[in-house]
Design a protein around this ligand. Structure first.
Ligand SMILES: NC(=O)c1ccc[n+]([C@@H]2O[C@H](COP(=O)([O-])OP(=O)(O)OC[C@H]3O[C@@H](n4cnc5c(N)ncnc54)[C@H](OP(=O)(O)O)[C@@H]3O)[C@@H](O)[C@H]2O)c1
Length: 283
């Protein structure tokens, strides 16, 4: 991982760029279009959206306006909780393609494992939802498929009942929330682990004297330290900003290495107020 254009290789051989631009909570059309354009201009080639974010049209517009050939970009969306089930996955994936203005998606994830519409039987619901993604993948509409927010029991259910093992698990990961069991099981099945909300503890870390000293030593901001921390764990960080200077800053993380001692310190941090992943809660 020496540069922004470096990739991880998924189990099917498809390449995924090591840093992604996130678009959660970017619902203002101009901000979203501009954000995507600025990310592409700054060298990001991987963009993460979701049906739930309500911004696929604007992300699509940003992609078109960026002027970069489609095949040089890696675009992810996620199946909304209300679109679980075989038929709804197929229909909503077509809608996502239409909104984004794309012929294919690089990656589609099941956004959340336990949803209200499953009426308690989340196991069968996830299996049906996954089967639709497997079929869409085999039909060539999706280059890769995966899951998000799946903890150990959700992973086991899918892995035990699938034709194709998920290629990616996108989960909440940052100092204080490291989800060791989920990471270990995802790795056992050779999934690439994407880290969402990697900057969540930015305020807490900014107030920590040891972290301040690290920033001084490496000549980097807390945001850059957090993103580098993620990469050094071999996670694939997704990060969002609507500000061009921060978009650039967040991509400038390939010219330093956090020492083993500093990584251990960051690993040891814990913060009461960050919710642990509440995987049992239906949404
Ligand atoms: N699968 C899921 O359930 C799930 C859940 C959450 C997120 N995600 C994905 O992961 C992506 C990343 O997570 P996230 O949106 O929580 O992003 P994040 O990158 O961890 O944090 C974004 C926040 O940090 C601020 N920020 C960004 N760069 C900064 C910098 N250099 N210095 C100071 N503040 C900075 C942003 O504000 P400004 O925009 O004002 O700069 C924004 O408030 C999402 O956008 C989404 O695509 C997925």
């Amino acid at each position: 991982m020496k540069k922004l254009s470096d990739t991880f290789t998924l189990t099917n051989g498809y390449e995924i760029p090591v840093l992604g631009y996130g678009t959660w909570q970017v619902t203002n059309p101009e901000e979203c279009v501009e954000g995507v354009i600025n990310a592409v201009k700054s060298g990001y080639r991987h963009i993460d959206t979701a049906q739930m974010y309500g911004n696929e049209e604007y992300v699509g517009e940003g992609i078109r306006q960026s002027g970069i050939p489609r095949e040089e970009l890696f675009i992810t969306t996620k199946i909304n909780n209300i679109n679980h089930g075989y038929d709804a996955v197929r229909k909503s994936t077509d809608e996502s393609l239409e909104k984004l203005g794309l012929e294919y998606l690089d990656l589609v994830l099941i956004h959340w494992p336990v949803v209200k519409s499953a009426n308690g039987d989340w196991q069968q619901d996830d299996i049906d939802t996954w089967r639709a993604l497997e079929d869409l993948y085999e039909e060539g509409k999706l280059k890769a498929i995966g899951i998000s927010n799946f903890a150990v029991k959700h992973l086991e259910n899918i892995v035990d009942n699938c034709r194709i093992v998920p290629m990616v698990n996108q989960i909440k990961l940052f100092p204080g929330v490291l989800q060791e069991d989920t990471v270990a099981l995802s790795r056992k099945h050779n999934m690439v682990i994407e880290a969402y909300s990697p900057l969540a503890p930015i305020k807490e870390l900014s107030e920590d004297e040891k972290v301040q000293a690290m920033c001084e030593k490496y000549g980097k901001s807390v945001a850059q330290l957090l993103l580098r921390f993620s990469l050094q764990h071999e996670f694939l960080p997704l990060t969002k900003s609507v500000h061009e200077d921060r978009i650039k800053e967040n991509a400038d993380i390939f010219d330093f290495e956090i020492s083993a001692e500093d990584m251990s310190y960051l690993d040891s941090l814990s913060f009461e107020h960050f919710s642990k992943p509440e995987d049992d809660k239906a949404r």
